[in-house]
Design a protein around this ligand. Structure first.
Ligand SMILES: [Zn+2]
Length: 198
């Protein structure tokens, strides 16, 4: 078998990609569209996950506090996806050396994310967020059902979060996480307590 790295173009494939990598990239390209259900889910999965091991543990362990790994993965996939926007499509990108390497990255990132955090396709309780209406831990996560559909979080009291509202709530949680991390950092360094700083 010829060394395709030195030869440049793939022997049997599209552009600089071997067929297997090309196929994975095509699939990842579809999955990484901002309106795709998987991306909708990955964006906020860490905040609505019923798995206690995700946000809750991170927030209370004091060791690793911060933005959930799912959100970081989402941002990385979105970054690669945005870079790929300079080409008209997968085939065009595959015929460019840099584009092909981005497609390899995209394929790897999306398949890894999907393997680690398969989309929750059934409704479930949210325990990382209180209801903005009644203040109880009674919110329910409802997954996107089709391309372009949005994640919805709602409560029996009638309170509903979706689109901008949900994005805002997630941003608030992120902000709180960051402030908690900062104040822990200050406490560890023996500085003034949070109240005195604020
Ligand atoms: Zn409520």
């Amino acid at each position: 078998m010829q060394n395709t790295e030195s030869a440049g173009l793939a022997q049997e494939g599209i552009g600089y990609l071997e067929m297997r990598d090309y196929n994975r990239a095509r699939w990842a390209y579809e999955q990484s569209h901002p309106a795709a259900p998987f991306m909708q889910w990955l964006k906020i999965a860490g905040y609505v996950n019923f798995n206690v091991t995700d946000v809750r543990v991170q927030a209370s362990s004091g060791g690793h506090i911060g933005i959930p790994a799912t959100t970081l993965a989402h941002d990385e996939i979105q970054r690669i996806s945005n870079e790929l926007n300079r080409w008209a499509g997968v085939d065009e990108a595959a015929h460019d050396k840099f584009g092909a390497s981005l497609l390899l990255d995209l394929g790897r990132e999306v398949s890894t994310a999907m393997h680690r955090w398969p989309m929750e396709d059934r409704p479930h309780k949210v325990d990382a967020m209180r209801c903005g209406g009644c203040g109880m831990l009674t919110l329910t996560y409802r997954p996107p059902r089709f391309e372009g559909d949005h994640i919805r979080v709602d409560c029996p009291c009638g309170y509903v979060l979706e689109d901008d509202g949900l994005a805002w709530a997630v941003a608030m949680i992120e902000k709180e996480e960051r402030e908690r991390r900062d104040s822990l950092g200050r406490t560890r360094r023996g500085n003034a307590p949070r109240e005195a700083v604020a």
